[in-house]
Design a protein around this ligand. Sequence first.
Ligand code: AMP
Length: 496
Amino acid sequence: MSFDTLGLTPELVRVVADEGYTQPTPVQREAIPIVLAGRDLVATAQTGTGKTAAFVLPLLQRLHATADADRRPAGQRPVRRSVRALVLAPTRELALQVEEAVRTYGARRPIQSVAIYGGVGFEPQARALRAGAEIVVATPGRLLDHVAQHTIDLSRVEILVLDEADRMLDMGFIRDIRRVIAMLPARRQNLLFSATFPGEIRELAASLLDRPSSVDVSPPGTAAELVEQLVIPVDRERKRELLTHLVRSGRIGQALVFTRTKHGANRLAELLSRDGIRAAAIHGNKSQGQRIRALDDFKEGRAAILVATDIAARGIDIDALPHVVNFEMPLVPEDYVHRVGRTGRAGTGGEAVSLVCVDEAGLLRDVERHLRRQIESEVVPGFEPDRSVRPEPIRRWSGTTVRPARPAGHRVVHVATGHRAVHLPAGVHARPGAGGPAPVVPSATGLHRLDRAHGAAPRLPVALPGERLARAAARPAPDRSGSSPEARPSTGRIRR
Ligand code: AMP
């Protein structure tokens, strides 16, 4: 199938040809006709599937069409110059990339756009808005700052896109998102893209979308098929030495390397640099300038290794990235899928290597269960793990053990669908396998999951951002003795 069969104008078909795209990706094939028809859409698609073009191309076409209708007969500029399309994204990197895509795909017939995100000056963004940006790609917090300063008017938005909605919710943006939505005109087209589809996203979709069409191109648990995945067992203290060895021996060339914490990312980049390997770190504590510089150094080959945290790496767009390295295994399996999706993008092969120490055996098992397959494992000669080492609880880089913050008298329960720890008051029981996620409702103190076993009450707090680490640490250390496969709680089991 080619792009001309999707209903795109010849102009946009030429643009994708300019970009070297020969065929639409599955999400583009399915989503573009739906968006062009003006329908609401909910799409399950992760980074690397071509999802950005799947909404930017038809969005441009729809805005062009109405701009044509507004155009005066003499062919003068359209009368209306207000914000007509709003894309909400979780991170500044993603906001920048989506806005870049707007410019790229709009190259043959530009529509003014601006990326709005925090950590940089306010005034240049306000100027771009005053100058008549019609497409705004924004992170929710800075967008609300502009609303408060009256530098943006959202009352004429025709199309709303929530990109990486699951990540926005993970980052605690739900209230900001709802505040933004409340400012938009009731009549508009809504598009929601999310890599995963937990209960909160279903809740948001139900309240936001009007009889949406749905597209699902990445069933949960499917890592990019083109990516070769490999586990290298190694001792906890020898991971950095092993990574240096893999780079020096040429086994790994350019790689995006994941750590669980910002501090870990900095420290690893520093140590690799001391080993003579050109490395940079990218995470939320870096200034925007530092992040852009690190990314440029990596893209242009001045740095061989870019060390990143999950949140910072989401949305980074680097073509043909050959390797992803999980220096530390992620605490939730969905993050593994996202990490791996950073390589093998849009038709190129790639390799994802996980350096797994004895402490992370449980996290690896979670990932394999999520993928519904075992990942091949290979020991690197000279780095054979010491079998006598006992597992320890997952630690932060600093050596501090991460312990769950648990109110006194509460127990930790892993509810049926998906790695969320909730605190149950003593005497309240969760019923395993009670039929999918319990509904989630917003309240003054955040999102709450209604306990199905007890009807409407009590309300159980759903873990909020920042608690993910604590959540995973609430799982007991993996049992390597082989004595009890039930040593960790499977979903739905209650741990006392
Ligand atoms: P995304 O999932 O939107 O982050 O896109 C991932 C990468 O795929 C980007 O670098 C796009 O430029 C590229 N891409 C998008 N659509 C296509 C296509 N139809 N053919 C080849 N590459 C594409």
